[in-house]
Design a protein around this ligand. Structure first.
Ligand SMILES: [Zn+2]
Ligand SMILES: [Zn+2]
Length: 167
């Protein structure tokens, strides 16, 4: 995943556009992403701003996530923006660096994908989750387990879950 900026390397104020599509299905993102369902698409521009290179892009990819309560598969489109400054001098603290006339995008794209993941993944707001005793998917119906008794050891865990519910 790279952008060739040789055209604008010495031309202040000029831009190049790019449109990249890359299959990430062999990447291992577990446990956050189960599977990539589409190639990641990234399109944007790089502009030579006084010898620094400003990269602005929009990306998207379809992934398979798991509901954090019932573990059901959820297809989701992740959208992300990339806004980075690149230099080839290495003098700029806030900037990414590159060599020659090629900006390598893989690591920033991977990072952006991870940042675009939702904080809470649920198949629906009122997903009932799995029975903690027998593991049955409670969205498909009740089971006969007694879940009223909760081991005191898990009390603190339970309050954690309660906090989570309110988010
Ligand atoms: Zn669910
Ligand atoms: Zn049960």
């Amino acid at each position: 995943m790279f952008v060739d900026i040789s055209e604008i390397l010495m031309k202040k104020g000029q831009s190049v556009t790019f449109d990249i599509s890359k299959d990430l299905s062999s990447d291992d993102y577990k446990p956050n992403i189960n599977k990539f369902l589409s190639p990641v698409k990234v399109e944007g521009t790089v502009t030579n701003v006084d010898g620094k290179f400003e990269l602005k892009a929009k990306g998207s990819v379809n992934v398979l996530l798991s509901c954090s309560r019932c573990l059901k598969d959820i297809e989701q489109e992740l959208l992300f923006d990339i806004d980075e400054i690149y230099t080839n001098t290495g003098n700029e603290e806030e900037a990414e660096t590159f060599n020659g006339s090629i900006i390598e995008l893989s690591s920033v794209v991977r990072r952006s994908i991870l940042f675009s993941l939702p904080m809470k993944v649920v198949c629906s707001e009122d997903c009932k989750g799995l029975c903690p005793v027998c593991g049955k998917d409670l969205n498909e119906g009740e089971c006969n387990c007694d879940t009223s008794y909760i081991n005191p050891k898990f009390e603190s865990l339970r309050s954690l879950f309660k906090c989570d519910e309110e988010v």
